[in-house]
Structures are given as C-alpha cells and as structure tokens.
Write a protein that binds this ligand. Sequence first.
Ligand SMILES: [Zn+2]
Length: 371
Amino acid sequence: MKKYALIILVYVFLINCYSINIEYKSTNEKDVLFPTVLNGLDYFSLNEIKNKLQTTNHYIDFPNGKVTFTLNNESIIVYTNTHLISLRGQTANLSYPIVSKNNDFYLPETFFSKVLTSHFPEKYVWEADTKTFSTEKQKDKRVKTIVIDPGHGGKDPGAVGKKAYEKNVVLEVAKKLKTQLEKEFDDIKVILTRNNDVFVPLHDRTTIANSNKADLFISLHCNAIKHKNVKGIEVYYLAPARTVEARDVAAFENSVVEAYEGGLEALNAYNDLQYILADLLQSEQLEESSDLSIRLQTELVNKTRAYDRGVKQADFLVLRGASMPAVLLELGFMSNEEEEKKLTDPKHQADQVAAIVNGIKSFKLKYDYLW
Ligand SMILES: [Zn+2]
C-alpha cells in the first residue's frame, strides 16, 4: 500500500510541476496538457494543442518545415527548427526552437505564456504560478441531433384545406424526413416531437429539443389565408416580425395556445418573464437560424419550383425557448387548391424532403467543419 501511495504522490507532484492546465471558463471543464521534455525543456505537442484548443486546417509544408493552422479564425505559422512563429502578420520569438519529431511538432511553453495571451488577451489568460492557461471553450455547433416538429395534431387540425388537414400533411413530411435523414447520415439522431395524431403544447415541443440537447429544431407547417390564389413557400426564424403578413402568419400559428392549450391564461404564461428570457436564448442563435432558413428556402424553391415567398422573421411561440438554431417552415398554402393537392402528393412530399435534407446537409457541412 505504502508503495502505491508514494507512486500516487510522485505522480501528483509530477502533474503539478510539468503540465499546463487548460481551463475552459464557460464550462468549468478543466483539461490538462502534458509536456514532453526535449533537450531539458517542456514542450507541447501540436497535435494535442489542436485537440484541446479546437484548431482547424492543419497544413504542413514539408520542404521548408512550415506548419500552418487556424485558431480563432487567424492563421498561425510555425517554422520548424527556428524560434519563430507568425501570427496576424507579425513574427514572434518563442525563445526556444520548434521541434519536429515523430510526425508531430512541439512548441515550447512560451507559445501559451507569451504568444497566445498577448495576441488574444480577451480570449486567453495565463497564470504563471499555476501554469494555468484559461480560455473560453468554443461552443460545439456540430449537427448531431435534429428535432423535427410536425405542427398541431390531435384536437388541433391546423390549417384546413378542402380535403386535407395541416396536421396530417406535416406529420407525413416529418416521418419521411426522419427516414431520409437517417438514411443519408450515419452520425445524426432524429427525434420527432410527435409520431402520431396527438396534440402537443407548443412549450413541450421546445422542451423535447432542449432536453435532448438538439442541435437543430425544425418546425413544419402549412399556411392558410382568405385569398385563395395566394401560394408559395416561406421559412421563418424567431425575431420581431417585419411585415404585417409575417405577423399574421405567426398570429395564426400562435393561436393554437388560446384555442387548445387553455385560453388567455395559457397565452399569458407564454409572455411572462421566463419566456422573455427564453427569447434571449433564441436570439443567441440568430445568425445560425437565419443561415439555416436561407439554405432551406433556397433548396425548397429550387427543387419544387414553388413560388418563393422568402425568408422571414416573426415571433413564433413554438420557437421561443429553443436553445439551438430553430426555424419554422411553411410548406405551402392549404387554402390554395393547387397547393393543397401538391402538399398531399407523395412525389411532391418526397421532393420537399429531399430539398430539406440538402439544406441541412450544407448547413451541417459548414458547422461540422468549423469545429
Ligand atoms: Zn401550423
């Protein structure tokens, strides 16, 4: 026993002496980089630095020993066998040579204590006593879990056409979308907020997305309007409405709450402080939500040749509180005879599904790559 205790003690001592703690401020996660001792000095493997700091674009130019990688959208160039590193057009001296060994590159501690902290003081902090290098961990934006939300259901039919109900059309599309997404990607999980004809309160739909730590929330709907000739596709993300039409569409989708969730009282619950805070959550995702909306709208219009009503913003209660990029698709007008027919046509549904899959694919490619 004594022997083990001694080994542990020595081990703890070694960790404290010869490591750099990387502390991720936002998550409280602590990570440790262990050095390799080369020529009596502490060095840190570039491969490990890349893992821990989530850098991208590792590029090696072998003949001249130049290694380029990207950190915080800035290119960093490391010159092997010299003391030099280039960042933001400036050359910094690391005081010790950069070593190339075993298909990896080793940087001296000064890379953390001098270069990163002086170039990114707002992002990285160095504490000399504890050899702790603090950073904010980048938010993982990779698309791994997608929640598809077929609107309405059960007692709430949604928009009603001559023959079809919105609730049935969007459930059909959602199921096909899940099948197709799972077929095309082996690294994503798809969850539906409802699998059959049941009513799900709006609030529960985002709760499903949040509790499953979803990376995307896609709510599927169909429009209806008094003017029977109006048609086309539009994609929304959550932000104050800019036009009367957008406000009307949101008002129609939001009317579910008063009609089916318990009158004004239920509606008021959506407007209390909790939901104002929830709005802030969604506003953090504004850029990604708008990006996803544009990709989906473009693919849908190209594939189905539907009338392009554009990407819009409005205050949809169902998008509130989602802590991930969230969009709402209006796939067509139940009030337009021609579109109602299309919306229930399996071939048209397959085209819409293919278009949505393509939109998700290009979005996923971008954010998976950034990581
Ligand atoms: Zn709807």
